[in-house]
Unconditional design. Structure first.
Ligand SMILES: NC(=O)c1ccc[n+]([C@@H]2O[C@H](COP(=O)([O-])OP(=O)(O)OC[C@H]3O[C@@H](n4cnc5c(N)ncnc54)[C@H](O)[C@@H]3O)[C@@H](O)[C@H]2O)c1
Ligand SMILES: O=C(O)C[C@H](O)C(=O)O
Length: 319
């Protein structure tokens, strides 16, 4: 029951760690980050955040130990590792603009993690998400069922939150599915969206639903525009929910970035699809029926992710 979060001195990583601790199912969360030098001073952000968070335990009432470190030896025998290390985008940037820097970071931290936890499960959060999941898979050499990316839970949460607001209905009663890459080509699926089992299309006018679908696709950018950097509360909560599903063997069904090898007619690509998540990672990739238009949107999204993946492969060749 040990989880490691890398990049945990930063916004998303520290939020993932805290959300896991507050759920109180893990024995320990190891928070890894690099040290930061400023003049003659050296700072340890993940140690500081871990200590601050651990000091909430008597108030919030959790037992999960939070330990900050810069040493991968402390991550030994982690059951699940979450990678949030990397730079976030700024206004005017796309997630793909982070490719070169973040692929180097994700590759190197994955290798460190695997050295100390050769049988772990990896959840990638760093962007561009689908390609960073591919990088972690290649660098770890783990079975593809043990490497996945977090995006779909976040994107569906946004979609559900917007619908809840529009319909003035509890977000808890909205169920939805969204597939594809974690970019502006993602595919929210109104046909698979219900309010307590009632198809959402019966409750909302088409133009309003279309506007919510469009807002969801640009949901990450909306936050970047407001804050100058990207989101962390909802991403952190989403990654923690995946960790919990795996560690407690909950068999939850979530959209996650999983490696497709023929599913949905797509090969050798990480892409958001519904999966069953529990012990061991992805137990099953669920193939839902898509109509012609939905399959076309998914194919377009896969094409966009593949073009970023090709760019990454070219960077590797040029190295
Ligand atoms: N998948 C998603 O839905 C989603 C959501 C939000 C953010 N993100 C992505 O998550 C990443 C982190 O975002 P953030 O807002 O937390 O950024 P941040 O700058 O607050 O934190 C990133 C942390 O990574 C650390 N880091 C960098 N190189 C490292 C290395 N080699 N080893 C260990 N730690 C290292 C940095 O020191 C920093 O503390 C970004 O790439 C962002 O785009 C993805
Ligand atoms: O938008 C970003 O760059 C961060 C993240 O992918 C998000 O969707 O919030």
């Amino acid at each position: 029951m040990k989880v490691t979060v890398v990049g945990a001195g930063g916004n998303v990583g520290s939020t993932v760690a805290f959300a896991i601790a507050e759920r109180d199912f893990a024995k320990e969360v190891v928070m890894v980050d690099i040290e930061k030098k400023e003049g003659d001073k050296t700072f340890y952000p993940s140690k500081g955040r871990a200590l601050d968070q651990w000091e909430t335990s008597p108030i919030s009432g959790f037992d999960t130990r939070l330990n900050g470190t810069v040493d991968y030896e402390d991550t030994k025998d982690s059951d699940v590792c979450v990678i949030t290390a990397g730079i976030p985008r700024r206004p005017g940037m796309s997630r793909d603009d982070l490719l070169e820097i973040n692929s180097n970071i994700v590759e190197s931290v994955t290798k460190e993690l695997i050295k100390h936890s050769p049988d772990t499960i990896i959840i990638v959060v760093s962007n561009p998400l689908d390609v960073m999941s591919y990088v972690a898979h290649t660098a770890s050499k783990l079975d593809s069922k043990k490497v996945m990316g977090m995006a779909g839970i976040l994107d569906t949460a946004r979609y559900r939150a917007f619908l809840a607001q529009e319909l003035d209905i509890s977000p808890k009663d909205i169920q939805a599915l969204l597939m594809g890459g974690h970019g502006d080509t993602m595919v929210p699926l109104p046909r698979y969206t219900t309010v307590a089992g009632i198809p959402v299309t019966q409750l909302i006018e088409k133009d309003k639903l279309d506007a919510i679908v469009e807002r969801t696709k640009k949901g990450g950018g909306e936050i970047v525009g407001l804050m100058g950097t990207s989101a962390w509360y909802a991403p952190g909560a989403a990654a923690a929910q995946m960790v919990e599903a795996i560690m407690l063997d909950q068999n939850r069904v979530f959209p996650v970035a999983a490696k497709l090898d023929g599913e949905y007619g797509i090969n050798d690509l990480f892409l958001g699809v519904p999966v069953k998540l529990g012990h061991g990672g992805i137990k099953e990739i669920i193939e839902v029926d898509l109509n012609e238009e939905e399959q076309h949107l998914l194919d377009s999204s896969a094409k966009a992710v593949r073009s970023t993946l090709d760019e990454f492969k070219k960077l590797m060749e040029d190295k």
